[in-house]
Design a protein around this ligand. Sequence first.
Ligand code: PLP
Length: 481
Amino acid sequence: MEKLIFEKSRKGRKGYSLPKLDVNKTELTNLLDAKFIRTEPAKLPEVSENELARHFVRLSHLNYNIEEGFYPLGSCTMKYNPKVNEKTASLDGFTNIHPLVNAKYAQGALQLMYELGNDLMKITDMKGVTLQPSAGAAGEFTGIMMIRAYHLDRKDFKRTKILIPDSAHGTNPASAAIAGFQIVNVKSDEQGRVDIEDLKAKANDEVAGMMVTNPNTLGIFETNIMTIQEILHDCGALLYMDGANLNALLGIVHPGKIGVDALHINLHKTFSTPHGGGGPGSGAVVVSERLLPYLPVPQISFKNNEYSLNYDLPKSIGKIHSFFGNFLIFVRAYTYIKMLGKEGLKETSQGAIINANYLKSLIKDYFEFPYPAQSMHEFVMSGDKQKKKGATTMDIAKRLLDYGFHAPTVYFPLIVHEALLIEPTETETKESIESFAQALIAINKEIDEDPANVKSAPHNTPIGRINDAYAARNLNLKWVD
Ligand SMILES: *Cc1c(COP(=O)(O)O)cnc(C)c1O
């Protein structure tokens, strides 16, 4: 009888000897269809450890990251992630815990989630919390589902619409549509804020709620937020706030005090955690009194000195993630919040606002700023003037790579021609902000003197300009030898 021996002996992490995995082919045949059982050894590449290490280190050098340089992606908050977060997130007690373990044996993890939830409620002055959503968009969906449950619970069945400003992040209309709502766009006024007259014209008893980003995606604070919430609440609708980027508000503005009913917070933006490239994320949602009964289950309770999971919420929208969410991101956010404390968090926001406005002041004479209002943690400018001279915003973004910077967010928000949305974050030094400004000024000069060089950029990167539209339409992820 043929034996398939996977490994002769293995040592566990702590030096315990694990039993030899000795599988009998006939036993395997009982489990698997014969056609799935290999008759020849798998053709795995045979390379030395040295070759393997070099391969991956070389690949890592091709990759740009926040530890290499400035990463000004607007609406993304690409801040430096303190290493202590990684240390706490890799503690044995957190990484080896099983999600099905009895709550009695997971008291530390439950305490961390309970305290993090409380901190988020304090930071926002809101009344309830769920940590389950696995990203900002999932948080939006959760919040909108709670707003839906609120109206249905009141037998208010007419409310089929969600209002969304035209400057909003694309996930807002997507989340509301997936929750079954019809999207109604609200215009921006010439200052880049919600057009109050347009909002008044559209607010009625068919509106379930409005999703407002504040500061909005132009980096401008919605100074009319009290009027906005009043208009909505007067017609029975609720206010959802997209707080993906809370980086300008910590310790300064409390959403609970400006009439917000639900708000998602991207833990992976404001509260550090490396992100980008699709994950992982965590989009905690905090709610006002009105929405407490509809929060997802389980909620974490603390009674008689013990943390437990509470599923007894009859009006809950249910579960929206397997188990509890992206737990290790909670650990990072918790570490970050506890380490900075109340004052530190406020300084974070002040620093983010100062850095954005300083950078804006350095380049204001070279680019167009269609919405000149005071910026918060990010600002938007237009490459329209440069486009008329022959180089588009995309060309500028590509040329920035040659100067050693990550490009900012481009062509978003959609209401700005040739948009560049720039967010330096509080973790950058004055010097790095100045060198980024110098690069933009130099590129602007090149557009006048040698536009071809900008249009054919990047020149110094491992690969040149790729046709991203072609790549997206002809996706081919298979390696062909
Ligand atoms: C990032 C972001 C989102 C979406 O968050 P994800 O975690 O990417 O799903 C939503 N709204 C705004 C304003 C954002 O910046």
